[in-house]
Design a protein around this ligand. Structure first.
Ligand SMILES: [Zn+2]
Length: 298
């Protein structure tokens, strides 16, 4: 079997990429990760899957039909938000990342057209943790609590919101487009032993392309967050989209979010139930435009 078809078979039938990567030593990761990820990206494009994403789960109709009883226990998950010991003071890290430049990549098909989904549909709610101290760094890294996406992903997100609205539910947005220098800051701020949880700025993040969104569910009318199997950025087993702990109601909400997102072209990340990539992410370049320079009238 040729290597490409072997990888394609692994891709469609084998263990998740995260499992394979976990089995590799650090030395393997460094020497093999880049070529493997390129190959897997090509296979992903051919099979409709991307590195790190899961195949689609049950449809929205199937998940809705499996709704657990309303009296199912619904305790809040334990507060397990992840914190790292920052390597330096946040101002020092900001200064270190001020003049850095994203890696040079081959040209992409599309240019940036970032918009704020909440301006397309004001019923969307925001809870931008990186604009507060309530995040894994325990420090504010965004000057403004805003969420941007490429326009086509923002339109798809509004369609998700509309599909949930008839059930009294809405989306709660934690993070969308992230300037590349913030990814660099996350990397610099995180001790080397804990960097599995942050994107390597040498490759960038899909958030840097304006095509990734971190989000949860809320009550549409009140905006009250709804309990999920874990909190946002809780880097525990409960973060996995197929985690079987928590209550039935929490798992059902998580599965409902995933089904509604997949119906509109988003793919869930295999390590975080709250992170979704839009299907055209590979068409956009890595971006480092600050929020303040983006057109707020869109
Ligand atoms: Zn994310």
């Amino acid at each position: 079997m040729r290597p490409a078809s072997l990888v394609a078979r692994l891709w469609t039938q084998g263990p998740p990429l995260a499992t394979l990567l976990a089995l590799m030593t650090d030395r393997h990761k460094h020497s093999l990760a880049a070529p493997c990820l390129s190959l897997l990206a090509a296979c992903g494009a051919a099979t409709g899957r991307f590195p790190g994403t899961l195949p689609p789960g049950p449809s929205l109709q199937e998940v809705l039909a499996a709704r657990p009883p309303a009296d199912d226990a619904d305790p809040r998950p334990e507060d397990v938000s992840y914190r790292v010991e920052r390597t330096a003071l946040i101002d020092e890290l900001r200064a270190r990342c001020r003049d850095v430049k994203p890696p040079v990549e081959p040209p992409r098909l599309k240019t940036q057209n970032l918009v704020e989904p909440v301006r397309l549909d004001p019923s969307l709610r925001l809870d931008v943790r990186y604009a507060t101290n309530e995040n894994f760094l325990g420090a504010k890294v965004y000057d403004e609590a805003r969420v941007f996406l490429q326009a086509e992903a923002a339109v798809a997100l509004v369609a998700v919101q509309q599909s949930l609205a008839e059930h009294g539910l809405g989306l709660l947005l934690h993070d969308g487009y992230r300037p590349w220098r913030v990814t660099k800051l996350f990397w610099e701020a995180t001790p080397a032993a804990q960097r599995d949880f942050v994107a390597d700025p040498a490759n960038g993040s899909r958030h840097n392309r304006g095509c990734a969104i971190d989000l949860s569910l809320c009550d549409l009318a009140t905006g009250a967050p709804l309990a999920m199997p874990s909190d946002f950025d809780a880097f525990t087993a409960a973060a996995h989209p197929n985690y079987q702990g928590g209550t039935r109601l929490q798992r059902w909400r998580r599965d409902l979010l995933r089904a509604a997102m997949e119906q509109q072209g988003f793919h869930v990340y295999d390590g975080e139930w709250w992170h979704f990539d839009f299907e055209t992410w590979q068409d956009y370049p890595l971006l480092d435009v600050p929020f303040a320079d983006l057109n707020s009238s869109k």
